[in-house]
Design a protein around this ligand. Structure first.
Ligand code: PLP
Length: 397
């Protein structure tokens, strides 16, 4: 590992993977020694169209040569950003038609929280246990892991928690609640899908109490689960949808979309209620627009569901207790955390990129580019099975 990496670049933990990447293309990364890695994680659900997709590269190159940053967000009518917002509105159900573009998922969540306070005049936020919405102070406040929160207190007050998928907890949402924030599919917790009818029940409770429903689609969003956003599969339209990660196929981005009426509260009394320098950056917006168009014009979203079936059919093994998730947002729940660690570290040595989930130590993430081919799925799954067969100390082989 390049010693300067840990010497000069601030770290997130003591054991980074430390790969030194030379280039990337399609479903493969290549390290500086020329070794190829089949990418089953897509930069943690970010590289929707794979690496250096020609449509994204072209959009970025053309826009970079035309103009890059020219003004702070919201002052100039920059064509890539305006078109992106218009096409997003066309892809979303009413009344989700006004999009605020920012630079990351957590920043989009911060904006959504401010919007909910502003619209309702209330402060209380209800979030789910085991949820992850980002790492800035507001998003971090929504988390219920005290060990991760305590060192950073005081955080924002008036946060309540409910258990995801527990209808009996919906009475925590009351007339003091500004917003309920949920991941449409719980990511860090282990790719947990909402039970049929759950999100609709949450929405009804929100309507009854005057709270907004904010759905965090940062991970399932942008086609990963078979539709542009997962919530459309659950017969429920949130008041605010929050997106990021895969939206621009690998460029830093985030956004939150709401009704025009609600969104106006951030630009009136006070004016400049939410501002950002780089939000809506034209190069990033061009990449997001290329991604959106590619998804809407082709079959990648539908194919994500067919590819899920290939993964599920292949990944039957006694050490895999369960395959969770939907489309190409899948988590292998291994027999225990040790097997999960073994699989991630050994597959890396053999040229397959897998990764962990934040809060479920038994999980191995599979969130590849949507462009991953059936042959590449076979290749990666064959290696996974081979490694599991060779797992020491189980007596499986
Ligand atoms: C569901 C969810 N929300 C929010 C975030 C935060 O996004 P970002 O890392 O871009 O701030 C993430 C990132 O992993 C996420 O998975």
């Amino acid at each position: 590992m390049n010693p300067d990496f840990q010497q000069y670049q601030a770290q997130t933990g003591p054991h980074p993977l430390g790969l030194e990447i030379d280039r990337a293309s399609g479903s493969y990364l290549y390290d500086t020694r020329g070794k190829a890695y089949l990418d089953f994680i897509a930069g943690v659900s970010a590289c929707t169209l794979g690496h250096c997709h020609p449509a994204v590269v072209q959009a970025v190159q053309e826009q970079a040569a035309r103009y890059m940053h020219v003004m702070v967000y919201g002052e100039f009518a920059l064509e890539p950003a305006v078109t992106l917002c218009r096409e997003l509105a066309a892809a979303l159900p009413a009344p989700l038609e006004s999009t605020y573009l920012v630079n990351s998922g957590t920043e989009a969540m911060e904006g959504a929280l401010k919007l909910a306070r502003r619209v309702t005049g209330r402060s209380r936020i209800v979030a789910a246990r085991n949820a992850y919405h980002g790492n800035t102070l507001g998003s971090l406040s929504l988390m219920d892991y005290e060990t991760r929160k305590a060192p950073f207190r005081p955080l924002i007050p008036d946060i309540r928690h409910l258990r995801f998928n527990h209808l009996e907890d919906l009475n925590r949402i009351d007339r003091h609640t500004a917003a309920v924030v949920l991941e449409t599919i719980q990511g860090g917790a282990g790719f947990i899908l909402p039970e049929p009818g759950y999100l609709q029940a949450v929405k009804r409770r929100c309507e009854a109490t005057g709270a907004l429903l904010i759905l965090d689609e940062i991970q399932p969003g942008f086609g990963r689960t078979g539709s542009l956003f997962a919530f459309t599969q659950h017969g429920c339209v949130p008041d605010v949808v929050v997106m990021g990660k895969g939206m621009a196929s690998g460029l830093p981005v985030g956004a939150f979309t709401a009704s025009r009426e609600h969104m106006k509260t951030l630009s009136e009394s006070p004016q400049l209620g939410h501002i950002t320098t780089f939000g809506g950056n034209p190069v990033v917006a061009a990449a997001a627009l290329a991604t959106l168009r590619e998804l809407r014009a082709g079959w990648l979203m539908e194919q994500a569901l067919a590819k899920e079936q290939t993964f599920r059919a292949m990944l039957a093994h006694p050490l895999i207790s369960e395959v969770r998730g939907r489309g190409l947002m899948l988590a292998l729940i291994m027999e225990d955390a040790q097997v999960a660690n073994y699989l991630v570290t050994e597959s890396l040595k053999r040229g397959l990129l897998l990764f962990w989930l934040l809060f479920e130590p038994r999980a191995v993430r599979i969130s590849p580019p949507l462009t991953l081919s059936e042959a590449e799925i076979q290749e990666g799954c064959t290696l996974i099975l081979e490694l599991l067969e060779a797992y020491p100390g189980t007596g499986v082989n």
